[in-house]
Design a protein around this ligand. Structure first.
Ligand code: FAD
Length: 481
């Protein structure tokens, strides 16, 4: 842990003065009101305090900032777009940390369409990276509901997943090189653009998913892919999750890698989203217990893709795998279908006190997982509502538990309910060989659960790695461990 300096007002002011000399007066915040949005997570679940918030402009500035903070012995909390799910970017309430935001470091340093790589600074917004790739006739496939505000440094630090993992993998599969400032202020230039490099340990992988605990990521080399020129969206109605897996399997056999998204949603979640967004229309005629949101893409222009998808879905309807399906006729219809999928978080928050689990189990175990969780929560917490949405092809299901505001009016009652729901989901997850955090990470929300469920030997190795990089424990204290 950090030593907690500077504890006195004088020491804090000296530190802030030094930081202003590095990044300029306008790029250090210290007034409570100015720091507010950097001290609270977007779901307003965590509130921290800090000596200041600093906005460096270059890797060298980050290195100087880190050295000054390390000398003062205070914690350093990297913060990207502050869209994380687990409070990882929020400092602890003790007020002895500095929040470091790389948002001004937002240059695309290089794009190499022949090598299919792009070198970007950590503060680049994900949507901007997607646009720059598209302008160069390439695809950067990472896609999240938060893509308009999350930063690539945050995406790497959380090993973000999202809707295109099925085809392209999570962030871990999309990075070739990393540049980072280490906790002692040294700069590690690991900006490799190589696809093959078999020279020992793959250090960049340690930083991917490290949640700011090993250093500050300042730049990344990303993999690019051919830009799809045909893209279709479909929505299918399905009776149960075994049939959803059968549909995915059939589509994969018949369309191969052209399946880029396959998301599922339970009827009650679908209905909640429609109720919360009156402008959205149910694209299907009748209600169904489950829905699959499907996207297929191809680099070839023409009608082949539409014909192949129509044929596959028709065969699925014929054989009873799906009960109804619609293919979006144009981009507006496709966007309307995806809006239903992307409006889940807001609808859940509006309907009560909601928590969302981020479980993965082997894909074949998803139907068992959902059936067991549903039965156990209904028995233990009859007044809550449980919704399901997720990335079926990755075995990643978000179990959303909504606690009615009137029944769970006191914090203690709510906390008891959350503990009971977590215990149920965790027990079933572990029994089925799953993970308690598929894509959101650990941050501060899941520290206890990580220690509870990760094998002790793995925790020991993780601690050794943390000690090796950060022996004084100043990088993002209280997160991950
Ligand atoms: C509407 C919505 C939808 C979402 N959908 C998904 C989804 O489908 N899949 C998914 O995986 N996530 C999803 N998320 C969560 C979130 O967007 C991701 O975790 C994202 O990768 C976080 O990026 P950020 O820049 O906001 O990071 P922050 O929230 O700022 O930080 C997250 C963690 O990374 C660390 N960090 C940030 N920048 C750096 C850096 N430069 N160097 C070192 N450490 C750093 C922080 O210390 C913190 O521990 C969603 C969030 C929202 C609001």
């Amino acid at each position: 842990m950090s030593s907690g300096e500077p504890r006195s007002q004088d020491a804090a002011e000296r530190l802030l003065r030094k930081l202003k000399e590095i990044v300029g007066d306008n790029h250090v915040l210290a007034a409570e009101a100015h720091m507010e949005k950097h001290l609270v997570d977007w779901r307003r679940r965590y509130r921290g305090a800090a000596v200041g918030v600093v906005f460096p402009r270059s890797t060298e500035e980050v290195a100087s900032v880190v050295k000054v903070c390390a000398d003062a012995g205070i914690g350093i909390v990297p913060q990207g777009g502050n869209t994380g799910m687990c409070g990882g970017a929020i400092p602890s309430p003790d007020g002895h940390s500095m929040v470091v935001c790389p948002g001004r470091m937002n240059r695309v340093r290089e794009i190499d369409p022949t090598n299919n790589t792009m070198t970007v600074e950590a503060g680049c917004i994900l949507a901007t990276i997607q646009e720059v790739a598209a302008d160069n006739d390439r695809l950067f496939p990472l896609s999240l509901g938060s893509e308009g505000s999350c930063q690539i440094g945050g995406n790497v630090a959380t090993n973000a997943g999202g809707t295109a993992v099925l085809r392209y993998g999570p962030m871990r599969d999309l990075v070739l090189g990393i540049e980072a400032v280490l906790p002692d202020g040294r700069i590690w230039n690991g900006l490799s653009r190589l696809r093959k490099d078999n020279t020992g340990y793959d250090l960049k992988q340690l930083f991917i998913g490290s949640e700011g605990t090993l250093g500050i990521i300042t730049a990344v080399v990303l993999k690019l892919y051919p830009k799809p020129h045909s893209q279709l969206t479909a929505l299918a109605a399905i009776l149960d999750l075994d049939l959803a897996l059968a549909l995915l399997s059939r589509l994969r056999s018949e369309l191969g890698d052209r399946i880029s998204n396959f998301e599922i949603m339970s009827r009650n979640e679908f209905a909640l989203v429609l109720a919360h967004n009156p402008e959205l229309v149910d694209p299907l005629d009748a209600a169904s217990p489950w829905y699959a949101f499907i996207e297929v893409t191809d680099t070839i222009v023409g009608d082949d893709l539409a014909a192949a998808l129509e044929e596959s879905l028709a065969a699925a309807l014929e054989s009873g795998i799906a009960t109804d399906a619609v293919i979006a006729a144009n981009l507006a219809q496709a966007a309307a279908i995806w809006r239903i999928r992307h409006s889940v978080t807001e609808a859940n928050i509006a309907s009560g006190f909601s928590i969302s689990h981020d479980t993965s189990v082997p894909v074949s175990q998803v139907p068992t997982f959902v059936a067991q969780v549903d039965a156990a929560i209904a028995a233990a917490l009859p007044e809550v509502s449980t919704y399901y949405v997720g990335h079926l092809g990755d075995g990643n299901i978000h179990v959303v538990v909504v606690f009615p505001r009137d029944t769970y009016a006191t914090q203690d009652h709510f906390d008891d309910g959350v503990r009971a729901a977590n215990a149920i989901v965790d027990r079933i997850t572990v029994a089925l060989g799953g993970s308690i955090s598929a894509e959101h990470g650990i941050g501060q929300s899941n520290v206890g659960r990580l220690l509870q469920f990760k094998p002790p030997l793995e925790i020991e190795f993780m601690r050794s790695i943390k000690d090796l990089f950060d022996p004084r424990g100043i990088m993002n204290p209280g997160k991950l461990f």
